[in-house]
Each structure stands twice: as C-alpha cells, then as structure tokens.
Design a protein around this ligand. Structure first.
Ligand code: COA
Length: 391
C-alpha cells in the first residue's frame, strides 16, 4: 500500500491517492489565527509569540485578537463586560441542565451542557462566540459541584473571565472564595497559552462540522468530543497519576518505572507531539507560570519533581527513539499548574476547553467564510461484488 512516508513524505499537490492516515503534512485550510512551527518550537497566535502574548495580554485581549480586533483598554473592558453578562445568562440556564451536568466525566458533562446552548444565528458570529466562551466556563465549573450533589457557584459578572472561572471551579470549603491576584494571573496565562494551536484534532473537528454549513454549537460539541481523548487534551490528569505513582523514588526508581511503562508498550503522558520536534514552547510558558506561583507561596511542591521526571523521560525516550525527538508537551506543566491552582485532575481537560473554545469559535467563522466543504477521500479495501457476466 502506498503511504505518504513510503512515497514522498511531503505534500506537493501531486500525491493524489497517497494514504495519509494521520493527515500529517496535509494542508486543508489557510488561517490567520495561529502558526505552529514544529522544527523551531515556535507558536505564533494572532501575530504574537505565545511567550509574549501570555505575558502581555490577558484572555480577553487574546480573544479579541483572534477576531482581528484591537485589544486596547476599551475593547478589553467591553469584552470583560460582555463575557460577564453571558456567564450570568449561562448560569441562569443551569436549572434545566442539572441532570446532564451530573455526569461522572467532566467532558461528558461539558458536552451535554454546551449541546443545550442555543445561540441565535442572527446574533452574529462574535456574539455566539461570547456566549459559548462564557457557557463553557460556567458549565465546566458547575459540573464539579453538581457531581458532588452540591450547588454550583454563581458567576461574578464584574470579574475577569479567568479569575471568575477559577473562583467558580475551585472546590473549596468556602465556595466562591476570592482568588488571589497571582492565582488569577496564572489562570489567565494558562487560558491564553492554550487559546489556539493550528489545526489540532479538536479544531479540525470543529472546522469539518462548520464546513458543512452546520451551526457553531454543533462544531464546538464535536471539538469537545475530540479534546476528550488522551492523545489530545486528556493527558494532564494521567501526568499527575504518573507523578503520584513515582512517589519519592530516586533517580533509579524513576528510570525503572518509566522503563517498565515503555516496555509494556504504554506512552509517557505529557511527552511527545505530532508537530513539535523540540520542546513545546507552551511547556516553557507554563513551567514559568508554575515558578511564579511557587515564588508567591502557591503550590510549588511538585515543580522540582516534575522537572526531574521530565528530564528522565526525555533521556529514556531519546534512547528508545533516537530519530524522533519526544519532549515535554503543553500537558506536562498544565497538570502541575492546574493542581497548584487548586483544581482536581478531573477538571483539567474541561479547563483546557475553557481556553480553547475561543480558538474553536474563531476557526468556525474562518472556515464558514471559505464556503468549502471538507471532504477527503478513503481507499476501499473491502470485498467487491462479483461482476455479472451479462452485458
Ligand atoms: N511515550 C512513549 N512513546 C511515545 C510517546 C510517548 N509519549 N509519544 C510517541 N511515542 C513513540 C510511539 O510509540 C512511536 O513509536 P514506534 O515508532 O516504535 O511505534 C513513535 O514514538 C512515534 O510516535 P507517533 O505515534 O508517530 O507520534 P504521533 O505524532 O502520532 O504522536 C502524540 C503524538 C502526542 C499522540 C504522542 O506523542 C503521545 O501519545 N503522547 C502522549 C499523550 C500526550 O501527552 N498527549 C498530549 C498531546 S499535546
């Protein structure tokens, strides 16, 4: 069977019929939203490097840039107010959703909650994106409480989106207790860091649905389904499981544990990436954010340990796959950061969606503007009917 790697390894437009099961290197969209340079380890989001964007612009500013809007003080303040009002509206709809949001898995709950959103087509794409961004945060946060049989924390429309999400989502003795400035900043940096990332699996899923002319809610529901998988957004919980399993083993213990995992054919979660051939730049941004928190006395216990495990995993993966760089990806330090912020590991993937939903909605608008149905081909390998002798 002809496959991309067996034929030419690249996409030159003259490879019709070549099988590319993971669509590597196949370009199906032009986007002004983000650019992932896997060789250099560079991520540009709406014209800025992710390192700069996450330091200089908050979630609202990054959200505006995805829509090509100026992220000045007035624009950011207006979006803050719009998102705040939309969070309150989403919360008001919760009473009809309580059963659906009691699901054991946070992504199942989020998918059910978002599926119930009805955004009016006449509201316009930007307003629909505001509604879905707000609803994702409110339902991801509410699920944690409802699952425990407790009442969810109501939004505070006067707060910035990241701060309010963390305040609502954190399961603590005093529900809805204030979030410190340093914690709010860390959550903001996280949401900006994951806001968009080229044509990743969930964004592609959203664009495929949008290309059929379907609505943005359906596109976001499809994206949530894709994000749930452990090869995409479901890895940070298992990263903490790994750190727990390693306990306080020394260097030799870490190597033995990782070696056993690899020998058993299991993947090391938080390591490797389809595109990056160097360390995922988002891992560095989030590692820095964890460091900032630790210096302010928040979390920090895991940081040194996580670094040690990352180095050991890199060494072992390099030995096993010398031709393929397998380095830390965004999920590795996501796990450490979100744990430091007081979120449980089951809330990690829903929290990823709280940031990424902004990218999905912008991609949906961009895809719709092309008017082109995404419809690749498959190669039939099943039996053929016997040809009739007649005729
Ligand atoms: N641990 C161990 N081995 C890994 C690995 C990991 N994390 N990631 C890749 N590999 C191995 C594969 O088993 C494969 O080995 P083989 O050639 O002997 O079969 C080789 O490296 C190439 O992997 P491939 O499946 O082609 O890579 P991909 O581009 O499809 O995978 C990921 C990208 C992200 C799916 C993969 O690296 C992975 O599963 N990582 C762990 C999950 C994770 O952290 N996901 C979050 C992504 S942001």
């Amino acid at each position: 069977m002809r496959t991309a790697s067996s034929v030419d390894g690249g996409s030159d437009g003259h490879d019709e019929g070549v099988l590319r099961p993971g669509l590597e290197g196949v370009v199906v969209a032009e986007t002004r939203l983000s650019e992932v340079d896997g060789a250099q380890g560079r991520l540009v989001i709406a014209g800025s490097d992710v390192e700069d964007l996450s330091r200089e612009v908050g979630f609202e500013g990054a959200w505006l840039r995805l829509w090509g809007a100026v992220a000045d003080e007035a624009g950011v303040a207006q979006l803050e107010a719009e998102l705040g009002a939309a969070r309150v509206e989403a919360f008001d709809r919760l009473s009809g959703l309580r059963e659906a949001l009691r699901a054991t898995d946070g992504m199942d709950a989020l998918r059910a909650g978002v599926a119930h959103c009805s955004v009016h087509a006449r509201a316009g794409e930007r307003a629909q994106a505001v509604a879905l961004t707000a609803a994702t945060a409110v339902y991801a946060a509410a699920w944690g409480w409802l699952r425990l049989g407790l009442g969810p924390v109501a939004p505070d429309a006067g707060l910035r989106h990241a701060e309010d999400y963390l305040r609502m989502a954190r399961l603590q003795a005093t529900p809805g207790a204030r979030v410190s400035e340093v914690e709010a900043r860390a959550m903001d940096r996280y949401l900006v860091t994951v806001i968009d990332h080229g044509l990743n699996a969930s964004t592609f899923a959203a664009r495929v649905v949008a290309s059929t002319g379907s609505d943005v809610v359906s596109a976001v529901v499809a994206a949530l389904g894709a994000l749930k998988g452990p090869l995409h957004g479901g890895a940070p919980g298992p990263v903490l499981d790994m750190l727990d399993a390693l306990g306080d083993s020394g260097a030799q213990g870490i190597e033995t544990w990782l070696g056993d995992e690899l020998a058993a054919g299991r993947r090391i979660m938080g390591m490797g990436h389809r595109i990056y051939r160097v360390r995922d730049p988002r891992a560095a941004v989030l590692e820095e954010a964890v460091g900032e928190l630790a210096r302010a006395g928040v979390g920090g216990a895991r940081l040194a340990r996580a670094r040690e495990v990352e180095r050991a995993a890199e060494r072992m993966l390099a030995r096993r796959h010398p031709a393929r760089a397998l380095r830390a990806n965004v999920e590795f330090y996501t796990a450490v950061l979100l744990e430091a912020l007081g979120l449980g590991r089951q809330a990690f993937t829903p929290t990823f969606a709280v940031g990424r939903v902004a990218g999905w909605c912008a991609h949906v608008a961009e895809q719709r503007a092309t008017g082109r149905l995404i419809r690749p081909a498959s190669r039939y390998v099943g039996p053929m009917p016997a040809r009739s002798a007649a005729g």
